[in-house]
Ligand binder design. Structure first.
Ligand code: ADP
Ligand code: NA
Length: 327
């Protein structure tokens, strides 16, 4: 920390859940105070690798902007912008696509998994890791907070920086992964699975917009096991351990400290304690989110300003790329 440029992106998929918050966004807020230059992008170009309803997508983009601001992203400290409004992303992506071999993309685990699930993914789903590389390199970013599942994609960005530099002369610095102490939050309904917005079960996820009543109900219903004591062992007791993880993260205490507070409580009583910690942490976020969502014009103006600032950084880099390529 202290020098360098941070870049990260999140897809506009509606209001985040507490897994997104604890696994990514809370860290984003910390990083904006640690690095002199920070960019956070709502990556709508990535989101259309899956079918999207246009009006829903427009709403989701604004909801994600409101959510990021409510979680503490400060537009004075981080440039918050919408990827599609900086067309340089798509152009650099095309140029990098022409430096990427088919086998290099075919071997990526996400493609293997997603194309198998969908039987046939679109071409965009195949090349989106190159767009990710373009997102990062366009700002000559040096530090990229990523989840474990994205490490191979950052490897590709590193390779493409090297390939471009070798072919056209030094331009891009090597981007490094920032793997913060990642807190994996599990589904409240099935603690063997991660908490995910694609989980159809209504009790599985807690959104940052959930009311205190919603939160208390979901935690009360959270699946645990038949042992009433509170202990921490994610392998043998994933349900109760997930509650301990959530409690510790929300109250900003260690797992040991959370277990100390759980001493003498059965899981039922402990759930009340966990609810209180979650409600206390999320209440100001939910209130701010509610306030921001009610003022669409303000959100649009904030995003427009972020888009302009991002584009000011991107344009000279892309101009240099075009020149080197021979355009
Ligand atoms: P989802 O799995 O709900 O579709 P995304 O894949 O859009 O979420 O992830 C957005 C960010 O949130 C990523 O940085 C990802 O690593 C993080 N994240 C998603 N789910 C969790 C989880 N259950 N626990 C911790 N972090 C998570
Ligand atoms: Na996902």
């Amino acid at each position: 920390p202290g020098s360098g440029r941070v870049f990260s992106g999140i897809q506009p998929t509606g209001v985040p859940h507490i897994g997104n918050y604890l696994g990514a966004l809370e860290n984003w807020v910390a990083l904006q105070n640690q690095y002199p230059s920070v960019l956070y992008s709502i990556v709508d170009l990535h989101s259309i690798t899956q079918p999207q309803d246009p009006n829903q997508l427009r709403n989701n983009i604004l909801d994600m902007a409101a959510s990021l601001l409510a979680c503490g992203i400060n537009p004075e400290k981080a440039i918050l912008f919408q990827q599609s409004q900086v067309p340089e992303h798509a152009e650099l992506s095309w140029i990098l696509c022409c430096l990427t071999s088919m086998p290099r993309l075919r071997q990526l685990p996400q493609w293997k998994m997603k194309s198998k699930q969908k039987n046939e993914g679109c071409v965009g789903l195949f090349t989106y890791p190159v767009l990710q590389a373009a997102d990062i390199l366009l700002y000559k970013s040096t530090n990229v907070p990523v989840g474990e599942d994205q490490v191979q994609h950052l490897d590709l960005a590193q390779d493409l920086a090297r390939i471009f530099n070798n072919k056209y002369g030094d331009l891009f610095p090597q981007p490094h992964a920032l793997l913060s102490s990642i807190k994996r939050v599990k589904s409240l309904h099935d603690p063997s699975a991660k908490m995910s917005k694609s989980d159809p079960h209504v009790m599985a996820t807690i959104s940052i917009a959930d009311t205190p009543d919603d939160i208390a109900l979901k935690i009360r219903r959270a699946v645990t096991d038949f042992t009433s004591e509170v202990t921490f062992n994610p392998k043998t007791r994933p349900g109760v351990s997930n509650l301990v993880t959530i409690h510790a993260a929300m109250a900003s205490i260690s797992v040991e400290e959370a277990l100390l507070q759980a001493e003498g409580l059965d899981t039922g009583a402990y759930k009340t304690l966990v609810s209180e910690a979650v409600i206390q942490k999320l209440t100001p976020i939910r209130e701010e989110l509610h306030r921001l969502r009610s003022d669409r014009a303000h959100l649009e103006a904030l995003l427009a300003q972020g888009n302009r600032r991002a584009r000011e950084l991107a344009a000279p880099v892309l101009a240099e790329v075009r020149h080197r390529v021979g355009f």
